[in-house]
Design a protein around this ligand. Structure first.
Ligand code: TXA
Ligand code: MG
Length: 327
């Protein structure tokens, strides 16, 4: 199959709409990472997503809708705090998990009784969602277990020949996937950390829990139990710059090409070393994380990541991705 990459305009959106409504799957930009979209009620198209990605069949998909789409047609809103969360964080990098009204096909939710819904803020994505005017389920547009794509070229590298169209909406502004929040209970619960933080949710509605996954638990957000986000090279996660340098020297002496991935402050102290600089602030680090990992897999035999050793705010989501990709 020939894979076309098109910038977003009326014509390309019409083409994507036609492909989607005729059962194809199409890659689209969002403000977090690129998604691989199918019409949520089309079970054959949804199956294609799982096949093309090699995704485990027990890992449900998020339904994406435009900002005027009536959520009540898809899900039950059991708790009033949901309205405040929607008002504050949607459209945006934020997904809520509700009891499902089973409009979306069973394949998309892996037979479960809940549905995750997200309203992306990316303008090109909104344009597509409005054009199709039906929910599109979309996981990240990478091969399962690989690092999530934040440019159309990243998507192409994984899915060339497997899908007909990639809509190119530029580099994703967020850089890590949406926060996934279970809103079926009286207290909202974070299933996957992201740019909308625990602190922001608490500020909006008072309370917020973080789901703790222990071995043997029935996992509520199946995606969190899998190996994930890994670049196609060796990786290591260390606690300090000194540890990174010592491992770097060892790798170098063995004739290999190491790269150290770290924040800007450490990067500035490492002149003469191969460095993947993630930037200064939490937002910059999230924005750069997958892009640097995908740069690293091209250049390095081993990416040595230096931990941020903190879990407040956006760092909770960043550290979650860093542990899975490099730990
Ligand atoms: O930012 C994002 O969320 C991106 C863009 C493309 O929208 N999408 C994304 O999808 O990251 P995916 O499939 O790679 O990750 C979806 C996560 C998984 O951890 C999955 O287990 C969880 O959301 N999830 C989906 N539906 C769920 C449900 N009904 N209950 C609990 N967790 C759910
Ligand atoms: Mg993913």
């Amino acid at each position: 199959m020939f894979t076309e990459i098109l910038g977003i305009n009326d014509e390309s959106v019409l083409k994507a709409k036609y492909l989607l409504l005729s059962g194809e799957i199409v890659a689209m930009p969002t403000e977090t990472v690129y998604g691989l979209a199918a019409v949520a009620t089309d079970k054959d198209a949804v199956k294609k997503i799982f096949e093309v990605k090699g995704r485990p069949i027990d890992n449900p998909l998020i339904a994406h809708v435009h900002k005027d789409f009536p959520l009540e047609t898809l899900v039950y809103i059991d708790n009033d705090y949901v309205y405040e969360l929607k008002r504050r964080f949607m459209p945006g990098p934020f997904t809520m998990v509700f009891r499902s009204k089973n409009v979306v096909c069973e394949e998309a939710v892996c037979g479960g009784d809940t549905l995750a819904v997200r309203i992306p803020s990316h303008e090109g994505c909104q344009k597509l969602l409005r054009a199709v005017n039906v929910p599109l389920v979309a996981p990240s547009a990478n091969l399962s277990k690989h690092t999530s794509p934040v440019t159309a070229q990243h998507v192409y590298a994984d899915l060339n020949g497997k899908i007909p169209l990639i809509l190119d909406g530029g580099k994703c502004g967020g850089g890590i996937e949406s926060t996934v929040l279970d809103v079926t209970g009286s207290v909202p619960r974070i299933l996957r950390a992201g740019l909308i933080t625990k602190e922001m949710i608490e500020d909006a509605v008072g309370k917020c829990e973080i789901a703790q996954h222990k071995d043997g638990d029935k996992v509520r957000s199946p995606g969190v139990k899998y190996r994930h986000y890994r670049p196609n090279c060796e990786t290591a996660l260390v606690n300090t710059a000194a540890e990174a340098v010592s491992l770097y020297e060892k790798e170098k002496a063995a004739g290999r090409t190491p790269y150290i991935m770290c924040d800007d402050e450490i990067a500035q102290s490492l002149t003469g070393y191969n460095v993947l600089n993630l930037g200064k602030t939490d937002k910059e680090i999230a924005f750069n994380l997958y892009d640097r990992l995908l740069e690293g897999e091209k250049k390095a035999d081993i990416v040595i990541a230096v931990s941020f050793n903190r879990e407040d705010g956006v760092y909770l989501g960043i550290m979650n991705r860093l542990r899975k990709s490099c730990g």
